[in-house]
Design a binder for this molecule. Structure first.
Ligand code: NI
Length: 179
């Protein structure tokens, strides 16, 4: 297993639409395990492949707290979600491992169903996902489409965080040039 470097705001890889995965190879299984280890190390509750520099449709999610011993890892290849019929808009302060130190309210449906392929290539569906799990699914799938939570925050929150975001993008771009 390996801890992978996390790409930060301003890296163009975060803005590209990711490709569907056609075959779950041993390399992709290993990558998923490395992404989980990276997630636990960060720590965070979700990580999408673009965040470790790969534009492929793979996300890992675990909404247990860092101090909890019993983990609940989800590895999702080609995830797709839709709101449940009784879903309501819900407020929550989101953050992102690629956008450190910024937390802002994002409104999203509170209840979703998600379909994906598991690590064995089996199709799976989880209905009535709620709370942080439902939130993470939507946030991570956004990453696969090149979207970030800061695109969805209010105009006033955007204004408040604009200089922080600009600085972050500049720092990322100068680091990328040095590579
Ligand atoms: Ni994120």
């Amino acid at each position: 297993m390996a801890i992978l470097p996390i790409c930060k705001y301003g890296d163009p890889v975060l803005r590209k639409k990711s490709e569907p995965i056609r075959e779950i190879t041993p390399e992709l299984r290993q990558l998923a395990m490395d992404m989980l280890e990276t997630l636990y190390d960060a720590p965070g509750c979700g990580l999408a492949a673009p965040q470790i520099g790969k534009n492929i449709r793979l996300v890992v999610i675990d909404t247990t707290l860092p101090e909890e011993e019993e983990k609940d890892p989800h590895i999702m290849f080609n995830p797709e979600w839709e709101p449940e019929e009784d879903a309501k808009p819900c407020d929550y302060d989101e953050g992102c491992l690629s956008v450190p130190d910024i937390f802002c309210n994002v409104v999203r449906p509170d209840k979703v169903a998600v379909r994906f392929f598991d690590i064995n290539g089996e199709p799976q569906e989880i209905r009535h996902c709620e709370g942080l799990f439902a939130r993470c699914i939507q946030h991570e799938v956004d990453h696969l489409n090149g979207d970030l939570f800061v695109d969805k925050i209010s105009t006033s929150d955007r204004t408040l965080n604009q200089s922080k975001l600009r600085k972050m993008a500049k720092e990322t771009q100068s680091k990328l040039k040095k590579k």
